[in-house]
Design a protein around this ligand. Structure first.
Ligand code: ATP
Ligand code: MG
Length: 420
């Protein structure tokens, strides 16, 4: 995580360094918005009138490490001690195909503000903390509203992703769109099919994990955007209410919130099974890991419903399965918060929580007995029988029936005597 003060100081150093060389440079967009709101920006973007090649050369001369991230559209990443800072040459939109705006480099901060999406995202701040606001962004921040820079419908047609960006900022800040915006969105929603799925999915996951997501979701539903973005969930009779979204969110680990909440909605409101979830993950072009994570919401829920869970080992095994699907700590960080909020799954979830709390160390421990020990001490050959014995040993170990290797061998002998 960024150290907020160091990150800001580094951003100011970048500004001053460009200014000392005779260029103009200001903080731009989201970081200015967040600072005015008293929030710590996730990252700092700098806008400058220096051309990308010049920026690259300038920071190389200063012996900063630089990455020509998006040199064609004007962005150079400068690696500062606190983290990377993106320095982008001022731009002016010249043409657009509804997916990517064609831009030309410019020298005017006013023009650059005009191509940004919302007024609250279109402000600049200089190294002395002076804010430049040509679009009424500060008033809109105070009023808590989202307003496109310029005419909503036109701005949407330039880049349909802005529809989802609006809902994401709604979900993040609790700001509502000004009059006429939702109508424009409803009218233009079909254009979302022209935007790459990766860009849509990235916005969608961020949106779902944000604090005011349930309000944004309701509006996505009423404008018909929800069914364009997630047609798989058309069968859902309703969408989660604020309380449930809040409960989910409170207990989920931050990086997994989006995927887990998507899983929760699919499972509980649209009753998708594992195959349906996998298909959804593929269409959304989620990573393989996120796809596995998503599918296990259904697989795991089935196990919770049908398993008898008589023994500690069964409970701990389910935690293992969660981790196999979702990675380390997937039980606590991803699955338990969603299943625990479901009346039908709550009892089993609590039982597993208890078992993990009390006996999780047994699950994480390496079994004190290996296949090699079994062949040495009991002359067993490797093969399916040994596999079965080891599996049974693991169960009984997790059930607390033995601890030392010696005790384990005793258990193994007994198992073999019974023809395990
Ligand atoms: P966050 O803090 O969530 O990253 P952000 O506002 O910084 O929010 P980014 O996606 O990082 O959002 O974009 C940085 C800035 O670039 C925005 O504040 C906005 O001014 C501009 N921007 C980004 N995407 C678009 C877009 N599709 N259309 C117009 N302007 C955009
Ligand atoms: Mg940003």
């Amino acid at each position: 995580m960024l150290n907020p003060e160091r990150a800001y100081n580094d951003a100011v150093r970048v500004l001053r360094s460009l200014e000392a060389a005779g260029y103009s440079a200001r903080l731009a967009g989201g970081c200015v918005r967040d600072r005015l709101l008293g929030l710590a920006p996730a990252d700092y973007d700098v806008a400058t009138d220096a051309l990308p090649d010049v920026v690259l050369q300038h920071f190389r001369t200063e012996e900063r490490s630089t990455i020509p991230t998006g040199i064609d559209h004007g962005t150079i990443t400068v690696v500062m001690p606190s983290g990377p800072i993106e320095v982008t040459t001022l731009r002016k939109d010249v043409e657009t195909d509804g997916r990517h705006a064609q831009v030309a480099f410019g020298t005017s901060f006013q023009d650059d503000a005009k191509r940004r999406d919302f007024t609250i995202n279109a402000m600049f701040e200089d190294a002395d903390g002076r804010v430049y606001d040509d679009v009424g962004g500060q008033d809109d921040l105070k009023a808590g509203v989202l307003r496109f820079v310029g005419a909503a419908q036109e701005r949407i047609k330039e880049d349909y992703l802005r529809i989802l960006r609006l809902f994401r900022f709604w979900a993040k800040l609790g700001f509502t769109p000004v009059e006429g915006t939702l109508e424009a969105i409803a009218a233009e929603r079909g254009g979302l099919s022209r935007v790459s799925q990766e860009r849509i999915s990235a916005e969608l996951l961020r949106l779902l994990g944000a604090p005011y997501a349930s309000d944004a979701l309701a509006a996505m539903h009423s404008t018909g955007v929800w069914e364009v973005v997630l047609p798989e969930l058309q069968g859902a009779a309703s969408l989660p209410e604020a309380n449930l979204m809040q409960t989910w969110r409170d207990h989920l680990a931050t990086p997994h919130r989006g995927v887990a909440i998507l899983g929760g909605i699919c499972l509980r409101f649209a009753h998708l099974n594992a195959a349906g979830l996998l298909r959804l993950a593929e269409r959304l072009r989620l990573s393989n890991l996120d796809g596995k994570r998503l599918a296990f919401f259904a697989q795991g829920a089935e196990l919770l419903k049908v398993s008898a869970f008589k023994q500690t080992a069964d409970l701990l095994d389910l935690v293992d399965r969660c981790e196999q699907a979702g990675g380390a700590d997937a039980w606590t960080q991803i699955y338990a918060p969603i299943w625990n909020a479901d009346a039908g799954l709550k009892a089993a979830t609590l039982a597993i929580d208890q078992a993990e709390l009390k006996h999780g160390h047994l699950r994480r421990a390496k079994l004190p007995l290996s296949g090699r020990d079994l062949s040495k001490a009991l002359g067993m050959a490797t093969g399916p029988e040994m596999g079965q014995v080891l599996e049974a040993l693991k169960r009984s170990y997790r059930n607390g029936e033995w601890r030392s290797a010696e005790e384990g061998l005793g258990v193994a002998r007994a198992l073999l005597g019974k023809g395990a």
